[in-house]
Write a protein that binds this ligand. Sequence first.
Ligand code: MN
Length: 720
Amino acid sequence: MSRIFEITERVAAYAPKANIDRINRAYVFAAHAHAGQMRVSGEPYISHPLAVADILASLGMDESTVITGLLHDTVEDTSVSLDDIEHHFGADIARLVDGMTKIGQIHFNSKEQKQAENFRKMILATAKDLRVLIVKLADRLHNMRTLGFMREEKRRLIGEETLQIYAPLAHRLGIHWVRQEMEDLAFSHLETEAYQSLMIEMQDRLEGLNQTRERLEDIIQQALLRQGVHAKVQGRMKHMYSIHEKMKRKHIDFTEIFDLVAFRIIVEDLSTCYQALGMVHSLYRPVPGRFKDYIALPKPNGYQSLHTAVIGPENFRIEVQIRTKDMHVYAEDGVAAHWAYKEGDDSAHKDDFKWLKQLTEMLQETDNPDEFLENVRLDLFVQEVYVFSRDGDIFPLPRGARPLDFAYAVHTEIGHHCIGVRINGEVSDFSTRLRNGDQIEIMTSPDQSPSRQWLQYVKTPRAKQSIRQWFKRQERESGIRLGGKVLHDSVGMEAVGKSVLKQLECADMDELKLRLGHGEIAIHKLLEAVEQDSTLPMKLMGIKHALMHASECCHPIPGDPVLGHFTSGEGMILHHRKCPELAELKSGDLLEVEWQVQSGQLFKTGIEVRSRNKRGMLAHVTRCIADAHSSIEDIKLKQRGGAMTEILFLVEVEGRVHLAQVLRAIKAIDGVVSVRRRNQVGLSGKPETRALAETLRDFFSRKHASAPPQKTKKSKEVKT
Ligand code: MN
């Protein structure tokens, strides 16, 4: 059991100006309050606050924090009130103790609650003063050390909570040794067998490893000394839980782990760090790609060190960290190092802990945890970005997340209807990577819906899945809707009988509609099936021919690859597959069709003829078209450079074979340079084009034609 005088001596050693008397008074106060209470272990209760204060002192925490450690359970577990604490120890201590009491009331362990949500609550509860969190970690560490006295069930609960929440928090606050001890303790209680067998394996190797470690420590130490560098070289075993996790993660067993021992070289000053690095690399071959300079580029939580890995003797792979004493204290104690007492030279650390200084200032300036959360760039969190909604709710997202990830994290519907985003008040686009502390406002519109491009801009599985599901549902719905429209427009029915379904091998109406909509069942097949259904009147014959119309924009003719587009009231409009207008239409509304026509039916299409300016040329061509049993619907002339004329015709043909005959016939005319099919020519019967064509025709016939121009068949309603 820790003794109060040991604690005060310790504090006095690192903080000579600390008010030791006040710490002693807190001890007496707590001992009095907890008098008669026992821990499950059978020890007097005061042993627990003493142990917590001891841990805080070993972190070098300030006087107030150590006092809070002593008093932390008084309000929750004894008759002492917060007012009593304030009366005896002041508002600062009362606030810290109150924070501890509040965390005690958060119940973390319900399985449904996500880790992130737990973090959020924890941060909210400790936002005013991070020291509360440090006291809580010390409290939990001691409870873990004495967990063996608890019932199995309780051990499991506390162990899991520690692994899930407190160890990661310690890690994120950079308090390394606390995290490791927590993890190893939790491991020993939660997976007792795995823990013990690993322990045995390690003990077997321990002697060998220790020898290797000592030998290497010596070699490195000597090599450094030869260069006049005084350094502390520490080899240490990796902690059990991290070995266990690595074995699980990589599916390997203990003998396959080569980096059981890691070395730390602690030197006097910054430049010596690099000198020591050079020495290590000259001693052993470095592993490529493993060198990291966290001195020049500190980790977001302020951690600094040089990291490298080398191939040591016996092909042992060893990890080496090199840093100064100050960096080392920070690396071990993390955030706690900030509150550690530093005699005289506060200025020396100012730049190292700039982010921490900002954080602390923020902590001091704001009483409102929401405000704190909105403003602080909480770079403690290394693997996740923490962003805030407009209302100040915190959302943890993986690094690299973008605005749509956030939108989907808020709500699936917010994601689906997201039309834009403001980050920190500025309009940004979906490709922007979110950064810690960003405040994000999603703009939505009921008309908005996901696009496939969005998939490029999301990182979280949740957002990806939501978008994909939306499309799946959408495709099915629009397929059924379109199929229903096809059914209605082609046979004038909302549903068909069982015999039709059976003939078309559909289980139900939805399947029939879906397959119609996807073009898997051709319309003529549907019509055939309906016609054969004896229960229906036979007046449906021929309906299919009236159903399809060639589009006026691209003038497809039978034999062309086409896609159908259903328009209510107009039936099916057929477009050439290469028609640019298709891009404007919703792909879900387009239908694969088999274009069946009655013989004798004619279809319009455009052709382009280039000819030399020659007397009677136009008359010649038009006559040729008539001779090929085609007729001219429209005509347009264009004078090309030199002695060339371009004539565009809109002609009527039965199909591709007929068109080919027409083209061949024109090609054979003397003076025709080229002839080809050409659509999208603006020959779709606009009045002004016709007027122009008339004028030109007259002009041509007067000036050049030897014979009167072929009278073109007057345009009549073409049954298509
Ligand atoms: Mn406690």
